[in-house]
Each structure stands twice: as C-alpha cells, then as structure tokens.
Design a protein around this ligand. Structure first.
Ligand SMILES: [Zn+2]
Length: 628
C-alpha cells in the first residue's frame, strides 16, 4: 500500500511532534517519560531508541493493535478509503463479511444515539448522566467509554433507526430490537448503556443497567451472541486498557463494568472485567497477548472465594502469573478506590497481592484445622491446582511452599501432582486424533526433553566442581565459587534441586562471606538438599573412575586441575544452553515459514547467525567437534 503514511497511522495512536525531518513521541510499547520514539516520513518507518521496536505502518498495527496482517490491511483500507483486492473467497464468506460490516454500522449508530440521549435528553440527563456524575465520572471519561442512555420507551430507538433507513433485519440480528406481537420493540429501555468494544475500538455489543430498585427487572441485560460478539472471547475495557497493560506489564481483572470505569477515573487504566461470567480459556489467551501478569481483585465472601479460586486454574493452564488481592469486607474495587483514592489503593494491592496457589493453600489451611478427613480433602484440592501449573520450576517452588504451609511431606505432594499430570496428559493424548501431527509433537517434546537433560547434566557438573573446590582460589581476586556464580548469574540453574542448592550457597556466601564448610550440607535440615549434595559428591567419584578405565586417560589430580575443570565445565554448560537456543530458533523458523511470516523469518535467521557464531567460538575453545 503505497498511499499509507506511517506518520498518519502512528499518529492515530501516539501524539507526535515534528522535529526536523522526523516526528517524535512517547513510545507506546514501553513506559517512558522522555520521547525516544521516532517516525521518519522519508523512510516511511518508525523506530524506538528506547526499546528497539521498529517497522512500517503494518508492523505498527500488528504490534500495537494486535491485528493480523489481513486485519491491518483492512484497517488501512478503511482509513484511506481504498479498496483492497479481494483474494478468492467464496460467496458465503463474502456474504458473512458484508453482514458483519452491516452489524458494525448498526452498533455504531446505536452507540451515537445512546450517547446523544445521555447528554441531550431530559430523561438522559436527569437519570443517566446524574447517575454517572454521582459515581464521580467526569465527562471525558464518559466519552472515553462512550457511555449512553436508553430512554424508558417501547420503541423510541426502533423508530429513529427505521426513519434513518437502518435495516430491521440487522437491528434484530444484533439484538437491539426484539419481536413482540408482530411488531418490534427496543431491547434496552430505561437503562444506562455500557458499549462493549473489540480490540480495534469498534462497538460490538452493549450492556444496559437498570437504575430503579423497586421494579422486577434484572440489573444488567446484555446484547446476545452475534457474529461480531462472542461473550467468551471478549473482555470489557480491554480496548481502553491495552496500552496501560503493556506499559505496566500487569493486568487487573475485576468483575463489573463500573469497577473498570472507576479505576480509570482513579488513574489506574490497566484493568479489564470478565463481566460476571466465569473466565474462559479464550479470555485468558486474550490477556496473555498483552501481559503474563494477572492480578485479580476479588471482593467476594469466603464461601464464594473457594469456587472463584478454583475457576482460576484456567489462567494457570495458560502459564500466566496469577495473583489475587482480597478486598476488605463490604468493598468492591469501585467503592474501594472511590473511598480511599489512588495511592492507598496501589499500596493496598502491592501489600496484599498473593500468588493464587499460595492463597488457596492458606484458605484451605484455615478451613481444615485439625480434622484429618478435611485435611485429606484440602490436600487433594491443592494438588489439583498445582497440577495446572505447567512450568516445572514454578510448580516445584509453589509445591515446596505449599508443603511448608500445609505441613504435608513434599514427596507426597510431588507424587500426587505427577500422578494427576500423567493422567491428564494421557487423556489429552487420547483426544488428539491426527497421528502424523501427534508424532511431530512427540518428537518435538522429546527433543526438548533431550536438551533439558543435557542442560541438567552440565549444571550437575558445575555444581559438583562448586561443592568440591568452591573455596579454592581461581585467581588472586576470586574463588572458584565466585567465578562460577558470577559467570552464570544471568541464567539461574533450571534443575530445581541444583537451583535450591545454588541459592543456599549464594545466601551463605553473602551472609558469612565464605564458602560453606564441608559438613555444612551434611547437617542441613532440608533432607532434599542433603540428598542432592550426597548424590553429587558420590557421582563424581564414579565418573572419573570410568573415564580412566574407558579412555585410558590419566586424569590429573583434582587438587591441581580444578581451575581447568571449572573453565571447561562452564564452557560445556554454555554450549548446552546455546544448543537449546538453536533448537528453539529452528522451531521458530519452521513456524514462521509455515505461516509465511517473512519478517519473522528474517529476524530468526539473524538470530541463528549470531547463535552459530557464538557456538563456533565456544566449541573451538572447548575442543568439541561441531556436528551441525
Ligand atoms: Zn519503546
């Protein structure tokens, strides 16, 4: 698309200021106070010198608006009023698209109609607007969320829409009117209106809130499911929150529309609502496109809390970091932030946010007391949750904390969690029909496991050297322990036991300023840690014996060789890490190729090149033959 100007497209989302030949603004991809986001009209590209994001108009729309390539083209076509050449599509697809376009037109009209009534009609002002003002919503916020009002009439909206020539069929399809006795009536009557937007800001549905208490009407009614609105795939407020979520790398999850808007009013904009429904997989994935950190603000009572916490497993399945904040009794996010203000709210959240698994462990603990039967149930319950944590390291850490909290032997928890995971894994296997694909997946998983195993072995060797010679001198300034620890500082060990051991050593060195003495680990209260140390020390002996016998190599005395040992173990460790990165990179490349994503492919090729260079260099130092 030659007509697209990057400065126009970016300018729709970022405030740009002219500076010389270029434009400059605050980067929408990372949080900054001084602008480092540059747009060059000459080159028709943008680049951020803070976070490195760069590209053209299409890249911008893809990254900023989370649109697909196709959707980005459509967006540009709409903006510049140009027709994109239709790829071959069947008539059914075209009809569906025309229908959807029609629905958007109708919802867009309805939104403007409801907003106008809120500000201009007597009823709208005295009922709707005064309700919003009472809640402290400023007019700019009301406009930002495009709030509106539907007057208390059977057909005011229907008549206006018909007069203006909107199709009855579409109005009915989108749920704005309903049939009654061979006639149509308005669906929303006498309600304040909350429009629901999709990610590109188009209105796809409405929620209407009834304000009078005495009558027998439901408090909220919602547009029905349509081809442009799927409740289970929508989060209220995400359109307005998406930039703030990206910038804060966190998303608050609340229940109600008014919670979302009140938090915006208080300056907290990274917030979305599930709108009363229990969370779906699609909603979890939607959030994950913007951040991995979800903080749930919960205002229920203890009884509802148990069910709510169980419902959060769906977030754990998506490998999200889920924290939960329990609000004081009688408060919801809306009332809390209004009563206490922004800063106390943030402080409260900071202080009280608890990992959802540990929160559940505490909750179960409180309930069971000393009752052994209830305790067994509680253990089953926490095991059920732990099995949803897919990242093995996170799971291990949580498992350990749960074992301490609930006074259950860690090994029991591990065994039960593994049992459950095996069960659900074999269930998944059964549900997967396509054999070739399954085979590929299995192979990929196996390959992954092989690499992880190799990393574990390299970690083990480093750990062994650390235990045997950690207190020896590496050079005039540092010990072997200092040298190894500082060399791997950027990449903590992945094997949970080695990681635990490493942390123990680091803590000891920080507090005592020396490497732990030999008997330190033998007297350690943590059995797991002790077993790991014993395993490491005995293994090394067997290994070196084998080496001598198998290769008839004279292994020099450990006493004099530990510096060389440490160096070569470190290099082997780095090699293993790089090998796995290369494998990951291959996977990315295959995927980019499959989906025809040229840009991504180029990026991965470049990564591959630097990984290969790095590997060559390391391998040369290690005297390892390069097989690949
Ligand atoms: Zn940036």
């Amino acid at each position: 698309m030659d007509v697209t100007r990057v400065e126009d497209v970016v300018g729709d989302f970022v405030t740009l200021k002219k500076r010389g030949q270029n434009y400059i603004g605050l980067c929408p991809f990372h949080n900054e106070r001084t602008p480092s986001f540059n747009v060059s009209p000459a080159k028709n590209i943008y680049k951020c010198f803070g976070c490195g994001k760069a590209g053209d108009a299409i890249t911008f729309l893809k990254e900023h608006e989370q649109l697909s390539y196709r959707e980005s083209l459509e967006f540009l076509a709409r903006r510049y009023n140009i027709k994109i050449e239709e790829t071959v599509e069947d008539s059914e697809a075209i009809a569906k698209k025309q229908m959807e376009e029609g629905l958007y037109v109708v919802t867009g009209f309805a939104q403007q109609y409801f907003s106008k009534l809120l500000f201009d009609s007597d009823e709208g002002k005295s009922v709707g607007l005064s309700y919003f003002h009472e809640r402290g919503y400023r007019d700019n916020l009301i406009e930002k969320f495009q709030l509106g009002y539907a007057v208390n009439s059977w057909d005011a909206f229907y008549k206006t829409a018909k007069e203006k020539g909107y199709s009855e069929k579409l109005l009915h399809e989108v749920g704005l009117i309903s049939e009654r006795k061979e006639n149509f009536i308005d669906f929303f009557r006498g309600r304040v209106i909350f429009p629901i937007h999709n990610l590109s800001g188009k209105v796809i549905a409405f929620a209407g809130r009834y304000l009078k208490k005495e009558e027998n009407s439901p408090k909220y009614i919602n547009s029905p499911q349509t081809s442009i609105y799927d409740k289970s795939r929508t989060l209220f407020g995400l359109f307005q929150a998406r930039n703030a979520i990206r910038q804060h790398e966190e998303c608050f999850l609340v229940e109600g529309y008014t919670d979302v808007i009140s938090m915006h009013q208080a300056g907290i904009e990274n917030v979305v609502a599930s709108s009363g429904t229990s969370l779906t997989i699609e909603q979890s994935r939607l959030m994950k496109r913007f951040t991995s950190n979800i903080t749930i603000l919960y205002d229920g009572d203890a009884a509802g809390m148990k069910a709510a916490v169980r419902g959060m497993n769906i977030l754990l399945d998506e490998d999200l970091n889920v924290r939960l904040v329990l609000l004081p009794e009688g408060e919801d996010p809306d009332s809390f932030v209004q009563k206490h203000g922004t800063t106390p709210f943030r402080e409260f959240v900071q202080k009280n946010a608890t990992n959802v698994v540990l929160f559940q462990a505490d909750l179960l603990n409180k309930e069971t007391g000393n009752d052994p039967i209830r305790k067994a149930e509680a253990i089953r319950e926490i095991v059920g949750t732990l099995a949803h944590v897919s990242d093995p390291i996170k799971r291990q850490l949580l498992l350990r904390e749960c074992s301490t909290k609930m006074l259950v032997d860690e090994r029991i928890l591990i065994a039960e969690v593994n049992k459950l995971r095996r069960k659900s894994f074999s269930k998944e296997q059964q549900q997967k029909p396509s054999l070739p694909e399954q085979k590929m997946l299995n192979e990929a998983a196996e390959e992954q496991m092989q690499f992880t195993k190799e990393v574990f072995i390299a970690e083990r060797d480093l750990m062994r050297i650390l235990l045997e010679s950690g207190n020896k001198k590496y050079n005039d300034d540092s010990s072997i322990a200092h040298y190894i620890i500082s060399s791997i500082a950027e990449h903590p060990f992945e094997h949970p036991n080695y990681r635990m051991l490493m942390n123990e050593i680091i803590n000891h060195m920080n507090s005592e300023n020396s490497f732990p003495p030999e008997n330190y680990f033998m007297q350690h209260p943590n059995e797991e840690l002790k077993r790991t140390v014993i395993g490491l020390l005995t293994q090394s002996y067997e290994l070196s014996e084998n080496w001598e016998k198998m290769h008839e190599i004279f292994v020099t005395e450990k006493e004099t060789n530990y510096i060389k040992d440490a160096d070569s173990a470190l290099r082997r460790y780095n090699l293993r890490i790089i090998d796995r990165m290369i494998a990951d990179n291959s996977k990315e490349m295959r995927e980019a190729e499959k989906s025809g994503n040229e840009e991504e492919l180029m990026k991965q090729l470049q990564i591959r090149k630097s990984l290969n260079d790095l590997r060559k260099q390391l391998a040369a130092e290690t005297n390892t033959v390069i097989v690949k």
